[in-house]
Design a protein around this ligand. Structure first.
Ligand code: NDP
Length: 316
């Protein structure tokens, strides 16, 4: 039987093309999405054969929905061989925060808390899969890391002492550090949490389960709809800038293939690793393990963030 991967956010961009790459490599894909029709159309538009995937509903902005997704997945009777946490929102122009159904700030909820709960719940399912090589992958990004060129542009991510988490992350609290709402920073903070979660999963569960936990920066996929909430002029110039000035541009196809490779290829079977192909895309550029930012490799912070997140999603 084909191995099965669950991927969140496959209605467009990296997740859609990763689904395609998995299918081409003989995997069965469970597309976890909030808009089923849109996702089916998208799958069809890139030529993914209908018998190679199924679409199941998840809204990462609702903890109940995440729990329901897990129930629905279990009903399919499929083993869970891999999980890719890919869905995300980036809303740079927001003046006021948006809130999740549970009352938490929406960017942190969608990108981090929803996935945190999903990883924890699906850990049991993955343990049960008879496959020897099982992997959980969370998408990272260069903007999580101010030590790299792509991460130097302000505002910089800063979880501070996690005061926002400690205070319960509900209104009037909007940010991880408990400070003033800043939507670009909210995205970057959530991505730091993604990397910390991956590293904590590795520390807590790699040895006992054999599961490989990793993250990756697929390159700057400048023309995905991730930037749909930015100024129209930005959406036009950003891909050009990344292609011609920074050299960071990566096509959606290539980004999708990189995600599939990190889940399937033996070279990437190194738990705790954060993979990158560099900021400038060189021809035949080789992947390598990238050191993550100071905050994202702070074990003490990771442990604290884990405990707070567990409380916020109702696991503790
Ligand atoms: P897209 O906007 O194209 O894809 C995001 C996906 O997430 C969509 O399928 C979207 O679904 C889904 N999604 C959003 N909110 C929710 C929700 N509440 N519940 C379920 N699904 C949701 O972005 P990309 O493909 O560019 O981004 C994918 C990942 O790659 C992200 O984690 C991002 O951080 C990362 N990344 C992207 C880079 C880039 O340059 N583009 C660079 C580095 C990392 P819907 O259609 O319903 O909105």
């Amino acid at each position: 039987e084909k191995p099965t991967v669950v991927i969140t956010g496959t209605s467009s961009g990296v997740g859609l093309y990763a689904s395609k790459a998995f299918v081409q490599r003989g995997w069965f894909v469970v597309m976890a999405c909030r808009d089923l029709m849109k996702t089916r159309k998208a799958a069809q538009s890139v030529g993914i054969p209908e018998d190679s995937y199924t679409v199941l509903h998840i809204d990462l902005g609702s903890l109940d929905s995440v729990r329901r997704f897990v129930q629905d997945f279990r009903k399919t009777g499929r083993p869970l061989d891999a999980l890719v946490c890919n869905a995300a929102i980036y809303m740079p122009l927001l003046k006021e925060p948006l809130w999740s159904l549970d009352g938490y700030e929406l960017t942190m909820t969608t990108n981090h808390l929803g996935h945190f709960l999903l990883c924890n719940l699906l850990l049991d399912d993955m343990k049960k899969s008879p496959r020897d090589d099982k992997r959980m992958v969370i998408l990272g990004t260069v903007t999580h890391n101010p030590d790299e060129l792509g991460g130097k542009i302000p505002p910089r991510p800063d979880l501070g002492d996690l005061d926002g988490f400690a205070q319960g992350f509900k209104a009037p609290v909007t940010m991880a550090d408990g400070k003033k709402f800043e939507p670009v920073k909210a995205y970057k903070d959530s991505k730091v949490c993604n990397v910390l979660t991956m590293r904590e999963l590795h520390r807590r569960y790699h040895e006992s389960t054999g599961i490989t936990f990793t993250s990756l920066y697929p390159g700057c996929v400048a023309d995905t709809p991730l930037f749909r909430n930015h100024y129209p002029l930005f959406q036009k110039l950003f891909p050009w800038f990344q292609k011609n000035i920074t050299g960071g541009y990566v096509s959606q196809e290539l980004a999708g293939e990189r995600v599939a490779a990190v889940v399937i290829d033996s070279e990437f079977r190194q738990s705790g690793a954060y993979w990158s192909w560099g900021n400038r895309q060189k021809k035949d550029g080789k992947f390598f393990v990238q050191r993550v930012s100071r905050q994202a490799r702070d074990d003490e912070k990771g442990e604290k963030m884990w405990d707070f997140s567990a409380r916020l999603v109702g696991l503790a």
